[in-house]
Design a protein around this ligand. Structure first.
Ligand SMILES: [Fe+2]
Ligand SMILES: [Fe+2]
Length: 267
């Protein structure tokens, strides 16, 4: 079999359709590595699934049916926090894969390289969090998780600009805003290993948001639109509810997000 029998489209589709967490982590990292090493042909010959494969556990519940997290500071509450973060990272693997596989043909090789690198980062984030849960006597799948995260992908499957405006530039940017408070709480609990994981995630997520900003700017240029106005109008169309301040201004600036546009979207 020649190396180029494998195509980028089929490799990404295969990773999206991998259900088991450890296997999905391996599959996402392998696609990113194979792409980087030139082992995948530039052909998008496989459709992206409407929904990625999910493991038997965790049970997925609508956001309003999620159980309470337990008392803050209790072991149960701490496990619930890390489990929720692990779930976000698990879904983020698929969000990045779908971005590359669904829109890569139109957006080009640099776009695919960026979002496959994101998928590999998310796989690493998930693996670190799952290992942290294991050290606490738990693991991904032990608790229910909420099923709302894929909705943003479904709502924006027809338009790469809408996807960029909402997934990296709203949802991942939200992570920049809330992580410092979580980090402070984790440090206050004396969880140094957990704090190191969150610091690494925060660093990486700034880069992920920046990829969103960069590629939305390219879309704006192709459409002859102003990037900030395009972002604002796409978020108003495709994201229910405004952005929630307070914002992490320094992280947003580092990612290249407009603070004035962020504030406009908060009201
Ligand atoms: Fe992440
Ligand atoms: Fe991310």
């Amino acid at each position: 079999m020649s190396t180029h029998d494998a195509t980028i489209g089929a490799a990404i589709r295969g990773a999206l359709l991998t259900a088991e967490p450890q296997a999905k982590v391996m599959a996402a990292r392998k696609v990113a590595r194979d792409w980087r090493l030139g082992r995948l042909a530039w052909r998008f010959d496989a459709p992206m699934p409407d929904r990625p494969a999910r493991p038997a556990a965790p049970e997925l519940l609508p956001p309003n049916r999620m159980p309470k997290r337990g008392k803050a500071g209790s072991q149960r509450g701490r496990i619930a926090l890390w489990h929720a973060l692990a779930h976000i990272e698990f879904v983020a693997i698929d969000l990045a894969l779908d971005m590359a596989g669904r829109f890569g043909a139109a957006m080009g090789e640099a776009f695919v390289s960026d979002f496959l690198a994101v998928a590999a980062d998310e796989a690493m984030h998930f693996a670190l969090l799952d290992r942290h849960l294991a050290a606490m006597g738990s693991g991904y799948g032990a608790l229910p998780a909420h099923d709302g995260l894929w909705q943003a992908a479904a709502d924006t499957a027809h338009d790469v600009a809408a996807r960029l405006a909402v997934v990296p530039m709203v949802l991942e940017a939200r992570g920049l805003d809330v992580t410092p408070a979580t980090l402070a709480r984790v440090r206050a609990n004396g969880d140094a290993a957990g704090a190191r994981i969150l610091e690494r995630i925060l660093d990486d997520e700034i880069r992920h948001v920046a990829f969103g900003v960069k590629h939305l700017a390219a879309c704006a240029e192709m459409r002859g639109a102003d990037p900030e106005n395009l972002w604002i109008s796409l978020v108003r169309t495709y994201f229910r509810g405004g952005l929630k301040p307070p914002f992490n201004d320094s992280a947003r600036l580092a990612a290249g997000l407009s603070l004035s546009a962020s504030r406009a979207l908060a009201s």
